[in-house]
Write a protein that binds this ligand. Sequence first.
Ligand code: NDP
Length: 237
Amino acid sequence: MTDFSSKKALILGGSRGIGAAIVRRFAGDGAQVAFTYAGSHDAAQALAADTGSTAIQSDAADRQQVIDVVAAQGALDILVVNAGALVLGDALSLDADAVDRMIDINVRAPYHAAVEAARQMRDGGRIIVIGSVNADRMPFEGGAAYALTKSALQGMARGLARDFGARGITVNIIQPGPTNTDMNPADGPMASLMHGFMAIKRHATGEEIAGLAAYLAGPEAGIITGAMHTIDGGFGA
Ligand code: NDP
């Protein structure tokens, strides 16, 4: 448990999966939480009612919507950019529009959200983006475009950490390995292939990822910035 009372947090992409676990953790630890979603209206409303948080429909693929939803929150203490898309397949036949939409959601949205948040963020604020261990290791075919989006976040975090460091604002990337969500179910078709790359051969839970997010957003992590935090059961080891 981290004491987030009096902290104001925005989670981009919070209706399901890892994002929903982060909403639950931060709200449970006392933060005033708002989160965005795109399509999962019922799940978002149920989560909001359950946690006392606020659900906002906002498409992370639309730059202006990203900027507007962040700006409307005013002075945040914590921004978490979790919304992500996964497009896998043969690079020669993948739909180019789907790849570009993934780049919009996974790369452009985190950048514009982080910059917009920093305009009003209180000193000592926290910016956390959910990347992937695939930024460091892409051990199977068909993942080039996804890996490119997640490795782009590494350079962003290093640079923005320097841009905002004078104000004590930290910028960090969490790099999960396989995590049990709709995107990557623990009983899905790729599960045993993925477990083969891991030292601890199971999917993580969203709660385990949320625990790391809470640590990075909490009072003990004020000196941690510009860094990648891999939580992957040894997938990248
Ligand atoms: P899910 O697909 O289970 O959930 C994705 C969440 O992001 C949903 O709440 C969804 O909302 C939201 N979202 C997706 N697209 C948009 C959009 N355009 N605008 C707003 N919100 C959006 O994914 P995970 O929880 O598994 O993944 C979360 C993050 O973790 C992603 O960045 C992913 O790349 C990363 N990750 C996941 C891993 C895994 O194994 N699961 C491993 C490594 C990284 P809605 O349903 O309302 O559209």
